[in-house]
Write a protein that binds this ligand. Sequence first.
Ligand code: 4NP
Length: 166
Amino acid sequence: MVKVLFVCLGNICRSPMAEGVFRHAVRQAGLESVIEIDSAGTHAYHVGEPPDARAQATAKHYGIDISGLRGRQATAGDFHKFDYVLAMDRENYDNLRRICPAGLHDKLKLFLDFAPHRPEREVPDPYFGGDSGFHRVLDMVEEAAAGLLADIRARHLPARSAGQRG
Ligand code: 4NP
């Protein structure tokens, strides 16, 4: 299994949207049996809560149901479990770096590292803004999800050619 963890601040907006979009892409590629996906927050404000209603509505607009996800806080143990620990912004990245066990820092990246053609390097926090911010997040995570899937195929699944199912 290749294991991917998406991390934002509260785990109710950006990282559950990234989780839902990436799950959708992985399912479409027929790779759900080889890629495990989760999300978490660097803070504990929203532990146990479902995604923000605006995040759910935006995902639903794209045919993606994230209503069943629940918030949890990222832990040092996540760095042992996951192959990719992907921060939505630099603040999340710095907070994760502080709890990352020695020798595992290579697993930590900014999610938008997988969308190198976009001008932004961070997925902006949409929590205090309007609906347009959530749609912008979805666009960004969709592009980065495609880049991430290509990276996983190249590094971890070399025997499976792009577009091949199963
Ligand atoms: P997220 O958004 O990090 O994308 O889940 C936020 C959710 C909650 C808060 C901030 C950002 N908050 O301050 O409660």
